[in-house]
Design a binder for this molecule. Sequence first.
Ligand code: RIB
Length: 297
Amino acid sequence: MKVLNIGSMNLDYVYEVDHIVLPGETEASVRLNVFLGGKGMNQSMALAKAGVDVYHGGMIGEDGQPFLDACKAYGVNAEYIKIIEGKTGHAIIQVDKNAQNSILLYGGANQRLTEEYVDEVLRHFGQGDFLLLQNEVNQLAYIVDRAYEKGIQVALNPSPFDEKLRTVDLKKVSIFLVNEVEGGQITGLEKPDDVLAKMREMFPEAKIVLTLGKDGAMYAEGDVTYFQPVFAVKAVDTTAAGDTFTGYFLAGLMEGMDIPDILKMSAKASAIAVTRNGAVQSIPMREEVMAALKEEQ
Ligand code: RIB
């Protein structure tokens, strides 16, 4: 069983600010850091740091070499990442003094995937393999259709949610990892219990993870549900907290761990991530997560 993640790679320009800048306002930032990020790459890194042998697919521009270096450093297989002319995607991120963020994306190479490229990557995967996707690359509907035809199990983190997702056949998704906003957009409902119940009705075969920020996370599969509270920490930067949760959750699933243990491990991993700046670099290694969990006992 192989794991492929076709997803975004962004250079994150992270501006520390007093408050998120308001419309029409000019505000001086306190500091600028440039980090490696992108929901796709963050999730591949979380999988790799959790111990999964993951292949990352996607496109970068001529300025994207740092992603290949990071893949090498952390054991993400980068052989299907394609370098094209032009710019790698980037994100302009403001982080305020309460660790709240706002993110503006420039798609760049992430939005230049072609059907030919997708076919070429998927050629190496088949029945029983896993494909993880987010919504920061183009060709999502095509990727889901082709993967499903090949018997590949699709896990989708529909983030950030936009109208393009309405063209994706969500019935072909086996695992959903959604936050409350995305869950609301998929179901048209608001309360977490209602969102989860509706998603179970809409996708009766799927495993569903609903993350609720500081209110924890819920899981549903058939008639079974679980709840996991967050581990309280002093957050400095919440960027990639959800990506960390996603990568660790899938890692646990692939290892056949029990769902409550997977949820606990994922919550602990993302609690550690928010105590650090940046995206890729904030994601903890598995040993650190397990040691921190042991301390809780
Ligand atoms: O989920 C966090 C990520 O969202 C950041 O790394 C940024 O690149 C955006 O894609």
